[in-house]
Design a protein around this ligand. Sequence first.
Ligand code: UDP
Length: 483
Amino acid sequence: GSESRQLHVFFFPFMAQGHMIPLMDIARLFAARGTKSTIITTPLNALHIAENLDRDKKSGLDIGVQVIPFSAVEAGLPEGCESADSIMTEDMVGNFFKAVGMLQQPFEQLLEEYRPDCVVTDMFLPWTTEAARKYGIPRLVFHGTSYFSQCLTENIKRYAPQKKVTSDSEVFVVSGLPDQIEMTKSQLPSQGDSDNTFAKFKEEIQETEVKSFGVLVNSFYELESSYAEYYTKEMGRRAWHIGPVSRYNSSNIDKAQRGKKSSINEHQCLSWLDSKEPNSVLYVSFGSISRFGAAQLIEIAMGLEASEVPFIWVVRMDKNKEKDIFLPEGFEERMAGKGLIIKDWAPQVLILDHPAVGGFMTHCGWNSTLEGISAGVPLITWPVFAEQFNNEKLVTLVLKIGISAGNKVWNSWIEPRDVSVRKEKIKEVVVQLMGNGEDAEHMRRRARELGEMAKKAVEIGGSSYNDLTALIEELRVNSHQSI
Ligand code: UDP
């Protein structure tokens, strides 16, 4: 009967690793809870995820992919540029979004043909609200960020204090939130709106979110309960928290296979970690798209070396992949055994979850931040752009599980500025976080407690588990009503 009819949900990620990875986890999670999950993506991205899907199908999940064409060349992009991490120059950004907008028509065709019960789509695909509405299908928005960051951005906009702040050294307090948050002008999310086009696009994202069925949040209630309440009660949004979604990858293979193919053999990586003392290693990574210039890389290398702390450092390749990344003379040889350098892509969750890892220097992308929290390790925060500065505030001021590296200004992820944090400061924060001082011990303890809560949240009966149950139930009722 209709009672047992299987729900069919479309998942449409924005094509960038930091957006695709969590939404893939979510698609698998829904399938594990009995829905049929279909991932919508473009040809090259589909190739990358095919291997993972094979594994999921073998383990009995009802999960598939629908491929829609990506008009890179028509939009003025080089052939094969289907992901934000293959954007090389500032002027490609606009063209990339243009090509993404051209996905609307093929997406609507799929809706017409399959009539799913719900679509979960990325915030950067705001037109999917209208597309879904045409077919009477609820759209859930996926931002890929925290409640805290959403609330902070909203209140910065609402009270617009930045207009009065003129210098970078001046701080202002963002009003109305459960905690008092201070920001400087150059940490604001509006820094990225270099032209009006992006500011308008953000407006559109906001408007379509309000009109959507609700928002899926990769977080858990216990982490930021007062902000979850603020978001739903004060801001009036409907939201379900179902994270940390990385925790649904329980086996080492699952952990190692998220995103791109690792540049290091996972066994080699694990045996390197096995040879280290518990909590002794610092993991250093700045996400899937930020890059640093040569001068900043050298400062990081020298700061790490001076700290004398064992580390794993993920260094993204030069954007043109033409020359090798730039490290100080003899650095890799000197660091043999002490520091493991992974060039390009690391099995991040596998590393973070290893008991030898005792700290994480992160750019505060939300996925990385939450993966660090889930692993129960304290953080060194080094935001680079976008809402990463918001996440830094959550970590350092609200949760108090991290130390700031002190970067105060946005950097372009495409054309990086030279140096924003010096080697002396890097050494100082690394020694402080990984050392035995009282503050560090407190942070470690709080981080460990949050890590435990994160694990419980996704287990049967946990807050995220239950919120997903409630959502699936509501989608079922909704789909019966629309039959
Ligand atoms: N990631 C990874 N290996 C890497 C770099 C990144 O597995 O070498 C994963 C990381 O675990 C996270 C995602 O890529 O899930 C990056 O997302 P995040 O929100 O942290 O940052 P973004 O890349 O969007 O700036």
